[in-house]
Design a protein around this ligand. Sequence first.
Ligand code: SAH
Length: 365
Amino acid sequence: MPNTSVEQILSRPALSKDELAYFLTTRNKQEKHEIFLRADKVKRQYLGNQVFLRGLIELSNICRKDCYYCGIRRSNEGIDRYTIDRDEAVDLAMYAWKKGFGSVVIQSGERTDKAFVDMVTDILQGIKQKTGNELGITLSCGEQSRETYRKWFEAGAHRYLLRIETSSEELYHKLHPSDDIHSFKSRMECLESLKKSGYQVGTGVMIGLPFQTAEDLAGDLLFFRNQNIDMIGMGPYVSHPETPFAKFSKFILPESERLDLSLRMIALARVLLKDVNIASGTALQALDRNGRIKGILSGANVFMPNLTPEDCARKYLLYKDKPVMTDRAEQTIKNLEDSLATFGQVIGYGKWGDPKHYFKRIMNN
Ligand code: SAH
């Protein structure tokens, strides 16, 4: 980009779709370096030097949806379905609390039946009660009715992560069957309904999908901003052999490039959105042993150690090579601490680590 320095462009309050797409793809090493430098500067300026932990509990792999890319889709008959029971889920959350993780994330395949809705409610109440309201709780259990979102909020969940998967409606249709339970419009309405219910709202996308362009990804970054999103959880697409999308594997970027693109997305999200929380997701780890730490060093500020018992984590196989080692191993946190220390960052033990953006958003409403 002649005449204007990268630093100057990235310091502007707004970036255009073309500029973002350019930064996602530039092969100029110095320009790329400056993107990460700027992300680091913004992160320190807006968030300080703390990284927050969220213990991840993969509650169930039973799903009513049939997304073409996902390993736990309804039509995949080759997997054993499980649901962690109420008491075990509460125990896992207690473990997180005792270890000083500020929050947990409870994620699952999508079910909307009463038994499931009630079980989640019961788990939320159990966690709140047993931790004296101290543990923060994020839910990521897909599209639900407004009543269910309200019920779970009242039971104690205060954050909700629902990825839009892609903000391009055209690409969304390629990724999902065309029916009522896979509608782009409904997913958008859910994000709205989550905001109205009072949650800190997170969304995100998969990066490096078949048919996805740099312009699509630039559009995703602008979507996060236009939707006034508080938290971002995004990561690379990784193919799963038992899915319809496996046949496109030869058309996707090689692993190292998909990782690089994902890290650039994190950095540019930080540059553009500034005061939001950004998670460094598990899928980064599928592409690189140190993927999640690289995510943190690229601008993310939330790390999610996986607390799911190994036999279940093995069955929560969204994509091939998903890391199933359980992060209850002290070593994961120790490695994170050491890497963070090198860069003057620390873990914010025992803190919820709410995104500042949320408080600004509700003040302005
Ligand atoms: N059912 C919940 C969340 C469970 S899946 C929901 O609908 O929100 C969590 C996330 O895993 C999805 O949002 C999707 O972005 C991601 N995912 C699924 N399949 C994937 C794949 N093959 N590669 C990378 N990420 C994938």
